[in-house]
Design a protein around this ligand. Sequence first.
Ligand code: PLP
Length: 402
Amino acid sequence: MEPVTEAILNQFETNVIGNYGRFPLTLTRGEGTRVWDEHGNEYLDFISGIAVNALGHCHPHWVKRLQEQAAKLVHVTNLFYIPQQGELAEKLVQLAGPGKLLFCNSGAEASEALLKLARLHGRRRCGNDRQCYKVIAADRAFHGRTFGGMAATPLEKIQGGFHPMLDGFAFGKINDIDSFVSLIDDQTAAILVETIQGEGGIYVCENEFLQDLRRLCDDHELMLIIDEVQCGAARSGTYFAYEEAGIRPDAIGMAKGLGGGFPIGAIWVADEFSDLFQPGSHGSTFSGSPLACTAALAVLEVIEKEGLVDRVKRLGAKFMGKLEDVAREFPEHIVEVRGRGFLIAVAMRDDFMPFIGELRDHGLLTVGAGTDAIRFLPPLNVDESDLDRAIAIFRSVLSEHE
Ligand code: PLP
C-alpha cells in the first residue's frame, strides 16, 4: 500500500491542527460502497463517514437533488419560511409521531438543543426555586464535544483538559434500571440515553430497559430523551432504533445519516414539550437551509423507494450471523459481536488497531468503537456480495494471525 504523499503530509503538518489521529490514506473518489485513494487503490467503505453516508457515496438521486437545489437556492436564513424545512419536518413527524422539529447542523448541536430543552422543562415543572436542571445520562455514552455534550459524556478521553464541566449530570448503567432509579432526586429534569451506544463500543439498550425508562420518566415527570444521532436514520433496521422497544420518547436527537453526507442535525420534540422553545430562545445561522433539508429529503426518498429499512433489518441480521460464525472460528481473537442492523462491533481480545490496519491493507475500511472493538458500518444500500466480501477479508486477516 503506497503511503500518503509527502506533499500532503507536509501540508497538514504545517497548516492543519492535529486534533485527529488520521489513517495513512487519502481518499479522493467514492461510488456506492467503494472509495478510491489517490493512487487508484479500491476499498470497501464500511466506515461510511462514521455512520453518515447512509446511501453510500454519490447516490445518483441524492446527487441530482443536491445539484438541482444548489443551482436554485442554497442558504437564506430562518428569518424566512423555507419550504424544504417544512417538508422535511412533516416527514420526520410521520416517522417519530406527533411533535415538532428544530433543525441544527450536527450531532453535538442536537445534544446541546436537547439539554437546553431539558432545562426549560425542569424550570416549567419546578419553577425557579427548586432548580430542576439535572440530567441522568449513561456510562459509556457519547453525546458530542461541545460543553453540554461533553458533560454528558463521562469519559476522561473526552473531558480531559476541559474541566470544570457543566454542572448537573449523573450517570447510570444501561440495562440496569435500578442504577437510574437511584440517581433521581427532586432536581432531576430528564434522562438521556442512546438506544445503541455508538462511540462507547456498540452496546444495545434492551427493549425492557427502555420500557422501564419510559415508565420511570412518566412516574417522575422527567423527559425521556433519546440520542439517535448514530443509531437512527434506519441504521439499526427500524427508522429509529428505539422503535424496536415499542416506546415513544419525549425528544430525539438526529444527525449523521439524516443528510447522507451533507451536514444537518435535528431534534424532534413531542407535542407536550414543543412549546418550550419560543422565538429567540434557540437558533443557529445555518440550520435547516434549503440545501441541507433537500439532502435529508433525498435520503428519505431513497430509503422509502429502495425499501432500505427492511433491507437493513434482513441483511443486518444475516451479516451479524456471519460475523458470529467468524467469532466462533477465531475465539482466540474475538470476544463477542455486538449491535443491530448495520451498526455492529466485533470485540477483540487484543489491541484492535493492528487489525483495522490490516483490514485496510486488504481493501476493507473499518473504524474502532469503544476500547475493544472493530466497528462495521456499511451503507444501508450495500450489496449482499460486498457484505460477503467483507466477511472473506476479515476471515483472511484473522487467518494470517494463526
Ligand atoms: N451523539 C452521538 C450518539 C454520536 O455518536 C455523536 C457522534 O459520534 C454525536 C452525538 C456528536 O455528533 P457530531 O460529531 O455530529 O457533533
